[in-house]
Design a protein around this ligand. Sequence first.
Ligand code: ADP
Ligand code: MG
Length: 325
Amino acid sequence: ERTVERIAAGEVVERPASVVKELVENSLDADASRIDVAVTGNGTDHIEVADDGRGMSAADVRAAVQQHTTSKIGDIDDLTDGVGTLGFRGEALYTIGAVARMTVASRPRSGDGAGTELRMVGGEIESVEPTGRPPGTTVTVEDLFFNTPARRKYLKTDATEFGHVNRVVTRYALANPSVAVSLSHDGNRVFATTGQGDLREAMLAVYGRDVAESMISVEYEGAAAAVEGYVSDPETTRSAREYVSTYVNDRYVRDGDLRGAIVSAYGTQLAADRYPFAALFVEVPPERVDVNVHPRKMEVRFDEEDAVYDAVESAVEDALLDHGL
Ligand code: ADP
Ligand code: MG
């Protein structure tokens, strides 16, 4: 079957972190004010994402796990302009349900709708039963890739796979400081944001006090881009690039040139192969950026890329200068 082939090829759900990404996005889309993510081992045994969002009625839960069902208008627009490259709108729950044992438990936030629990195994609905639970949705994914051994074999160590999960949850936690986001691994709390604060507070929760206190605020208005967020002082660095988080129009992007622009703002203050901590939000006019270049790889293409990268470099330089750095 085509879906299973695509999954086996890693085109859709690549690894446990991809599951977490889709579930957290759904919780954010459902207007959740708290999202709790729990993962065991490398994530194939157990992933749970619980939210207090809008929730679903029994009929909504049934519809949600069908292929190509989406309640999201924006996604219907996507469908008309060639979602072929994306291949994923309205398919996350369906696809995850095809390669795991998945339970979707939900209760609508409004009205007097009761709770529903649907169990799906390898793409087949096994049961749909009423359940008592608070409003919101909890999706549990167990035995991920049990029926696609090739996918399973491709996974790396627990530490590597959980590292991917951690980065995914971190990037949504930083972009949504008004949502209380928590992550636990093997029963241990990794971080929890309060949902009450701003970006600095979210960074404190995620990266700890030393890093949070080293953060310098960035605020810049240029012709090509506006830039805001935080970067660490040049003393607070790591040898891994993963602590540089960049967002374009509020969407996380992985862009080596954006990261390069941040790094070059430090000049010689940054030792070779060291990276600062950063959470930078770049705003560009939406018509001057193509976010659909390669959506699953989180890449973008700017119309005036040099001007955007220059703006980011200047934004960070100015912030460092303001701090006498
Ligand atoms: P998409 O997000 O592209 O619509 P999904 O397969 O991820 O596709 O989800 C299908 C539908 O299920 C969503 O459009 C939404 O209506 C519903 N849904 C999924 N997760 C949640 C959730 N956490 N809370 C409320 N509704 C949800
Ligand atoms: Mg979705």
